[in-house]
Design a protein around this ligand. Structure first.
Ligand code: HEC
Ligand code: HEC
Ligand code: HEC
Length: 490
């Protein structure tokens, strides 16, 4: 790094405290900030620990390896994978419950090849397919940080127990053979150093593709459709290729920078759900030159049109069509939610206080306009529905952004699937992509965690399917043996 060491260390220390405080993925309650577990006296090692600290933030290890209200990196965070719940493990330097016994080689193998110290395979819920790109220096410094910069916690995280056949970790060896590209990052000589740095971050450490790249039936990222948009449970991580219509080609560099570092770019979109978490925990803390490199690289990612289908104009380009508020004035029932039966009335009662009756938002846009908003103008209504159901929680610097959730979590703001569908359709009609229709079933599916991929839907049939296959094989053997006997008898 070119900046003077002391300044870097200082900035990192502040950054770490803030990140630790922000690391909660499900609530804004703050966990204690991680402290150096042992005073490191060797200045060279200290330097690596500090570098590792930044890399851990850029890689967002905290997001998964810290449970809500849990100790930093002590694991236990439940990842609701479509195949079942996978618990992130304790990666503190505890020798009994964490990775205190890992050698640097074993740590590197876990990070880049998805193999634990005991030789068992990790599930790709740990994004080792992205971290496979990490270079030796970064792995070494991450190791130094997780050995010397993190407080050991001696409590083991909840163990993962997926249903058969996904419980067979050895199956991941076959999966890796097919889908793991385990070559470390090789810079593309045709691209600038900046674009190469961006590629290393986007595809490797910051693993944008883990969310934004569509997956095949075996749940591996499709290499031909890099960053073309993908479903994440009830959320949709949009196309962020250079495509001017489907992707972010129409965003300026300044807008992208603002979005990545604060979670909002007026007239373009806001970060909710998993993107809000990534901004809160990780991207807001990245060095300016790293953000610049990420943007430079995104500009170079070719449009594939893969995940998003076709459209005439970008998601953020939809103009508002005004308000039906005047039709509602003077109605006695306006505040009694249960008696509201139209989207316009429900919108007026639940949303207009912040987003204004005409959907134009507040003057300073801290309550954003619902037109010129990628959540309402997209080709899919996932993020609109999910935002109404689950709200928004994001903390950047000292600023907290909150939109209430309207699912059953709080009695006051409880809306039924039907009511949410009515509101969503009203919002789409008035302010967004009027061609979309949201059904009650769409809202129910989102409430339950989104569409399940084929592999997960097939799970209940796999055991009977394997039994059936076994019986067929036995039958075949039996027929062949009888034939041979008959031939010998002749
Ligand atoms: C998207 C979630 C996610 C992120 C981000 C993530 N991990 Fe993990 N990690 C997991 C899960 C889940 C497991 C356990 C998987 C399993 O049990 O198969 C795991 C396991 C591990 C293990 C194996 C530990 C053991 O139990 O033996 C190591 C080491 C590890 N992670 C390090 C890291 C580091 C370092 C980072 C950041 C650079 C990181 N992880 C980021 C989800 C994540
Ligand atoms: C944990 C999953 C996750 C990760 C990691 C992630 N994103 Fe996102 N991203 C999302 C989701 C979900 C949205 C939609 C958010 C919304 O509209 O509220 C999104 C939205 C965006 C948008 C706005 C697109 C639009 O049209 O509104 C941009 C730009 C973006 N992400 C860039 C990135 C970059 C660059 C990275 C890596 C440095 C990244 N994301 C990493 C999940 C993720
Ligand atoms: C208490 C104020 C408040 C209420 C009530 C409210 N919102 Fe929001 N809404 C917000 C804030 C704050 C944001 C995010 C601003 C940001 O990210 O910078 C937001 C963002 C959104 C977004 C963009 C989400 C994305 O992923 O980009 C949509 C769509 C939305 N609201 C729709 C609604 C609808 C529909 C209702 C009524 C059911 C509603 N809001 C009620 C405050 C509110």
């Amino acid at each position: 790094m070119s900046t003077p060491l002391a300044r870097v260390a200082n900035a990192l220390a502040i950054m770490l405290c803030t990140t630790a405080a922000l690391a909660q993925t499900q609530s804004l309650e703050m966990p204690p900030a991680p402290q150096a577990s042992s005073a490191v006296s060797d200045p060279a090692l200290q330097q690596r620990v500090e570098r590792g600290r930044y890399l851990a933030i850029a890689g967002d290890c905290m997001a998964c390896h810290t449970a809500p209200r849990g100790k930093p990196y002590a694991g236990g965070y439940a990842i609701e994978s479509p195949l079942g719940t996978i618990y992130a493990t304790n990666i503190t330097p505890s020798t009994s419950a964490g990775i205190g016994n890992y050698s640097e080689q074993q740590f590197a193998r876990a990070l880049r090849q998805g193999v634990r110290a005991d030789g068992k395979h990790l599930y790709p819920a740990m994004p080792y397919t992205s971290y496979a790109q990490l270079n030796d220096e970064d792995v070494r410094d991450l190791f130094a940080y997780f050995r010397h910069g993190v407080q050991p916690v001696d409590t083991a995280a909840t163990a993962t127990a997926l249903p058969f056949p996904f419980s067979m970790r050895v199956a991941m060896a076959g999966w890796n053979l097919l889908f793991l590209d385990n070559k470390p990052f090789v810079p593309d000589p045709a691209q600038s150093q900046q674009v190469n740095r961006g590629s290393y971050l986007v595809n490797g450490l910051a693993h944008c593709g883990a969310c934004h790249t569509p997956r095949n039936v075996a749940m591996a990222e499709k290499p031909g459709q890099r960053l073309a948009g993908a479903a994440l449970g009830p959320w949709w991580a949009p196309d962020i290729t250079s495509d001017p219509v489907a992707g972010i080609g129409g965003w300026s560099d300044a807008e992208l920078r603002q979005y990545l570092t604060t979670g909002r770019a007026p007239g373009r979109g806001q970060a909710a759900g998993p993107m809000a978490e990534a901004v809160s925990n990780s991207f807001q803390h990245l060095h300016e030159e790293d953000i610049t490199a990420i943007i430079a690289y995104l500009r170079s990612v070719p449009a594939t049109g893969g995940g998003s289908g076709r459209s005439e104009k970008p998601a953020f380009a939809h103009e508002g069509r005004g308000s039906d508020e005047s039709l509602l004035r003077g109605r006695a029932s306006q505040n009694e939610r249960d008696s509201l039966t139209t989207g316009a009335a429900l919108f007026s009662a639940n949303c207009a206080s912040c987003h204004a009756a005409d959907g134009a938002g507040s003057a300073d846009q801290s309550y954003p306009s619902l037109s010129h908003n990628s959540a309402t103008g997209a080709l899919r209504a996932d993020n609109l529905i999910a935002t109404i159901l689950f709200g928004i929680e994001r903390k950047v610097g000292q600023t907290e952004v909150l939109m209430p959730r309207f699912d059953a979590q709080s009695y006051v703001n409880q809306l039924s699937d039907k009511q949410i569908a009515l509101i969503a359709n009203y919002v789409l009609q008035q302010y967004g992509n009027a061609e979309l229709q949201v059904s009650e079933a769409d809202v129910r599916q989102s409430r339950l965690g989104g569409a399940r991929p084929l592999l997960a839907r097939a799970q209940p049939f796999m055991v009977p399917g394997m039994v059936l296959l076994g019986v067929l094989v036995l039958l075949l053997v039996w027929v062949m043996v009888r034939r041979r006997r008959a031939r010998q008898a002749r």
